[in-house]
Design a protein around this ligand. Sequence first.
Ligand code: SF4
Length: 364
Amino acid sequence: MNITLEQLKSLLNWYAVYQRELPWRNTKNPYDVWLSEIMLQQTRVEAVKEKFKEFKNTLPTITALANTDEDTLRYLWNGLGYYNRCNNLHKCAIVLKNNYNSTLPSTRKELLSLPGIGPYTSGAIASIAFNQPCPAVDGNVLRILARLFNDPSDIKDEKTKKKYEHILETAYVSYKDDLLQHNPNAFRDVSQAFMDLGATVCIPNGQPHCKHCCFQKDCLSHINNTTDTIPFKSKNKKRRIEDRTILLIHDQNYAYIQKRPAKGLLASLYEFVNFDHHASKEEVQQFMQDHHFTITSITKIKDAKHIFSHIEWHMVAYDIEVSQIHLLTHDGKSLDLKEFQEWPMPSAFSIYKTYLCKRLKPIE
Ligand code: SF4
């Protein structure tokens, strides 16, 4: 298996005509490339577009990102999920500020040593920001190459990823001069070309649009009519089910939330008080009494489910109105309607946040 110079040239030619307009394109600013690549991990392009602009407007430089506080960061990241990425982004900016004069290094080796930057992101930054002959193997590349070679290997297997990385790296290095002569931005463009071809032509769900593909003539999966079965992807392991009871503690005007522990799932984010099992109304009442709240009303409301990558939360919830809120932990917060609406919370709690926003009365 190998990719030819002609195939890489046709991919570059296709990209020159059909590339997508995206807010982080047409810039060689490594910060933009890094930020967009981190935001795009497991998140749709459409969801990232506005968040990227807002993030850049508020924190236009690596120094500004390094100096920002946790709450601003959570606010800017709100809605993108996978908050670990945002914690690592911040940690990485601090390292860049302290050790790299607030710039990103250009070699893959140095990039790989930074927090939150793995093989894919290092390849994407080195190629897109610095025009280095480095592969950036994401789901798009895996799908396109598996089809191009009609390769039945499991694309979730690390070995497949490594194999394609090696194939691309070998090709980029061997054809470096020819590719740069063909297009001085060859390596900057080739990584983005794979992304765009994967997003618009060799798509992840549904039939690929082979008629419009630059690889149509020599794509073995297209020729052998196997695009329904290739790429092969083994099934996910079964998710662990966790039961939760969510307590929506509020008075007429204020909602109560608290900070999660600094380590583990949704680390340092805000949540409603909750138990790690399904609790009865009596148990919830007892908890409230033990914590010196005077309950005005308590109602069991709609159950909900939230799916994380390896865990599923099955939630039951209680609407608990109290005569007056007090804080249960030193980092607990009592927020009025406006503050509560704006306060970033993980999407696992979205359904209950929306519910509670309708229950709270605005302060006159
Ligand atoms: Fe994908 Fe079809 Fe192009 Fe092959 S020819 S890479 S299957 S879109």
